[in-house]
Write a protein that binds this ligand. Structure first.
Ligand SMILES: [Zn+2]
Length: 194
């Protein structure tokens, strides 16, 4: 689901104070897990945190983030988070959240460009607003009807992490194999062992 050149996944905090790698399968969902979703953590305290977060996903962003950008980003993030919860629980998306995503998606995103040109045009660095637009366009794809059945909650009873299953076989069950997948395997093994 990532745009060309973007990768998904990030380190997120866990209860025991360690970090674990959660690949939500989508840049937009990863963004929701920078704070709006998850166990109450927040990665975006300062505008510079947002600059750092975006820089890893959208190369070419100029890194200038204002307080206003951070507020905008969190509004978009909250909408994406609620849409993700609605999608994973087969509920209808809230009109307001759809409107927020559509508003951001309607603004200019980061234009594609070929390397090797001689002109300055097209080489300008993209602004934060353009990165947010690119994120919103990902969200439009993500929450479009074709992808919806692939947005699921982790199969572990005590885990509410939501991911987009981008596997060909569409059979991803766990937020992370290391975290929930292996625990479930161990439990199943114990249940079979007399
Ligand atoms: Zn899980």
């Amino acid at each position: 689901m990532g745009q060309a050149g973007t990768t998904t996944g990030q380190w997120v905090p866990s209860d025991d104070g360690h970090r674990w790698w959660f690949d939500s399968g989508s840049v937009a969902l990863d963004f929701a897990y920078s704070g709006a979703l998850g166990d109450g953590w927040e990665m975006l305290h300062e505008p510079s945190d947002l600059a750092h977060w975006l820089n890893g996903r959208f190369p070419g962003v100029d890194g200038t983030v204002t307080d206003r950008d951070l507020i905008d980003a969190k509004a978009l993030r909250a909408a994406i988070a609620r849409l993700a919860i609605a999608a994973s629980s087969n509920e209808r998306a809230a009109t307001d959240d759809v409107d927020v995503v559509n508003l951001f998606a309607a603004t200019p995103d980061i234009p594609p460009s070929l390397p090797g040109g001689g002109r300055q045009a097209g080489r300008a660095r993209a602004h934060t607003g353009q990165a947010l637009s690119a994120m919103a366009r990902e969200a439009v794809e993500l929450f479009g009807s074709e992808s919806l059945p692939r947005i699921r909650e982790c199969a572990a009873d005590d885990c509410a992490m939501v991911f987009y299953d981008d596997s060909r076989s569409n059979n991803r069950r766990w937020c992370s194999m290391q975290r929930c997948g292996n625990r479930a395997k161990v439990r199943a093994h114990r249940a079979r062992t007399p």
